[in-house]
Design a protein around this ligand. Sequence first.
Ligand code: SF4
Length: 132
Amino acid sequence: MTAEETSADDPTTFAYLCIGCPLGCRLEVDEDDHGDILEVRGSSCRKGDRYAAQEHTDPRRGVTTTVAISGGLWPRLPVKTTSDIPRDQVLAACEALRLVRVDAPVKMGDVLVQDLLGTGCDVVATRDMNAT
Ligand code: SF4
């Protein structure tokens, strides 16, 4: 989550909420005129520092959803990306996965889509689904 706090003075401060643990520390990132990070404030651990820098420069999210499956116990199969993809590609990823249909049986961990949208991330099943 971001909220830009603009100011007439440099640097520009951006606010983020760390999602690394339930504490939800409120983070601030100061950026100079060239877009470089000058300082990160508000974190209670180094994980928060890394999160703020990542979120500020290259925000990413994991995608968990379902795809259609034929011949299985249920009509939908839960899946996830093997790692986080760029946040601005999440919607396109969900739209692409909406068109995917696989056939049962499927084992948890089976790769169902390779290199989703060129992100380098695969999509895997997160449960077994036997054929009926
Ligand atoms: S900065 Fe550290 S302690 Fe704070 S919410 Fe993030 S992970 Fe948790």
